[in-house]
Design a protein. Structure first.
Length: 498
């Protein structure tokens, strides 16, 4: 082959290389475009799966309130909310509830009824049978259920002072003003227990009791009650850091459109509420301090974890919250997540099965079964870390990885109740104490000033503490308000001090 032939072949090969390079470039661009499309579709599918799973969340699989279930379609509502087959009313075998008779000192009036003749034949001879009698006790509202007392302070003229001097009213009378302690207590009870509005209380006083007052005067009465409850509320706040076992939780609160937080702390014998602008760890630092040595029952919210880490506080994380999260995994549309959730849920069910049989088991058997259930939970929770190949290798699903990290860092905090039986494995106690506060928030729509916050946190503390101690909050309110009117120390909310 001559030189010209080689040159021609070389030119042809160079042209072919340029064609192949151009084709390779186009294929790379096409491949990059296809990979981007695949990632976009995968991202959309993942988001769709997550949105679908989130849409199925309810109060049994998350921390959402049960009231949110009623807005979902019937097939998405929580199990157990379907129409029950039970008949309305008392069930068969239900114990009968009857009102206990009033004692003789409680009865204000006796009205006897006697027969003077036989009701069948008036001509029959009759003998009184006083030992045979039936009693019907009836309670009625008096036409005027209030007592109006007029206090008159007369003056004198002093010839040496050349001025008038008026006789002073007693301290309790002057401090009370228009409403006495029991009527002030009734207004406070209406606000605290019945969630009545200022207008509702005003209408009740006018329509039922015949006392015409303004909404402003109702607010003034509540401020008086707040002053009376201030010392007992402060006493309980100061006692919180000294408690060996404590449960805490928080919920939202509104004030003139601003977001506040209602903090609730439940001890063994009392409950304390505090409304704060923050939901952060600084509130726990302020209320419990850095030297708190007890065990704090709470949910897995970050503020509690940070407080426990900074102050070396033992915490008992709520197992009920964990169960709801695990139930969400059991319904997640991903086979690996679902399998992980079901295995972990099985361990939690075994644990609560043991807890519910505590009174039926001997102490040794109870401790043994409790340890076995705890070990079952640990194995299920940490299985993806021990055997990652069972869950798709090193790249675990985000939901699985989150729970694995949680148990790795804070797993022991879910089982403090085993070595400290006084603490509850769930945070249900403090959530129950907060229920009436949440109802009050929905009805009254929050507060308008620091005075309103102060009134609410104090009367809520009184209501929850008296309910926990199973005593009348109304009677305690009346006694506290009367003592404050008279300038005496207000009775404590503690059982051993009342």
């Amino acid at each position: 082959m001559n030189l010209w032939g080689w040159i021609q072949r070389w030119r042809q090969s160079q042209a072919r290389c340029r064609e192949l390079e151009e084709e390779n470039r186009r294929l790379k661009e096409r491949n990059a475009w296809l990979e981007a499309r695949v990632r976009e579709v995968e991202s959309k599918n993942t988001q769709l799966v997550q949105n679908l799973a989130a849409a199925k969340k309810n109060s049994s699989t998350s921390s959402k309130p049960p009231s949110s279930d009623i807005v979902k379609p019937p097939d998405q509502r929580r199990k157990g909310t379907q129409k029950s087959k039970r008949r309305i009313g008392g069930q068969k075998g239900h114990p009968k509830h009857e009102h206990a008779p009033f004692t003789p000192d409680q009865v204000d009036q006796h009205i006897p009824y006697r027969l003077s003749v036989c009701p069948v034949t008036p001509s029959h001879r009759i003998i009184p049978a006083e030992d045979r009698k039936r009693t019907l006790q009836q309670v009625e509202l008096a036409p005027k259920p209030i007592v109006i007392t007029e206090h008159t302070a007369y003056g004198i003229w002093c010839q040496d002072c050349h001025c008038y001097h008026d006789a002073p009213f007693p301290t309790a009378v002057a401090r009370a003003g228009l409403f006495g302690p029991r009527l002030t207590g009734l207004v406070t009870y209406n606000k605290a227990r019945l969630h009545a509005s200022y207008s509702g209380i005003r209408d009740f006083l006018g329509d039922v009791l015949g006392i015409k007052v303004s909404r402003g005067y109702v607010a003034k009465l509540l401020r008086k009650a707040s002053h009376a409850f201030g010392s007992p509320h402060s006493e309980l706040l100061e006692l919180l850091p000294q408690q060996a076992y404590l449960n805490g939780d928080e919920t939202g609160h509104k004030e003139n459109g601003l977001r506040y937080w209602i903090w609730c702390f439940r001890a063994a014998s009392f409950v304390v509420f505090k409304i704060h602008r923050s939901r952060g760890t600084e509130v726990l630092m302020e209320i419990l301090g850095e030297e708190f040595q007890g065990i704090l029952g709470c949910d897995y919210y970050a503020a509690y974890r940070k407080y426990a880490r900074q102050c070396s506080v033992l915490v008992q994380f709520c197992l009920a919250h964990l169960i709801r999260e695990v139930k969400y995994l059991c319904e997640f549309p991903d086979p690996q997540v679902e399998r992980y959730g079901k295995k972990l849920l099985k361990g939690l069910q075994a644990l609560f099965h043991v807890l519910h049989r505590k009174d039926q088991l001997a102490p040794g058997a109870y401790a043994k079964e409790l340890a076995a259930a705890q070990e079952q939970i640990w194995e299920a929770a940490m299985e993806p870390k021990a055997f990652p190949e069972r869950f798709g290798g090193a790249h675990l699903h985000r939901l699985i990885a989150n729970l694995v990290r949680r148990f790795d860092k804070h797993g022991e905090a879910y089982f403090q109740f085993i070595t400290n039986p006084e603490i509850d494995p769930t945070n249900n106690l403090v959530e129950q104490a907060m229920r009436f506060v949440v109802i009050d928030r929905h009805i009254t729509q929050g507060t308008r000033s620091w005075r309103g916050r102060e009134i609410c946190e104090r009367i809520w503390t009184v209501m929850a503490t008296c309910s926990l101690q199973k005593r009348s909050s109304f009677h305690w309110m009346c006694a506290a308000i009367e003592a404050w009117f008279q300038g005496r120390p207000v009775p404590s909310l503690l059982v051993d001090s009342s």
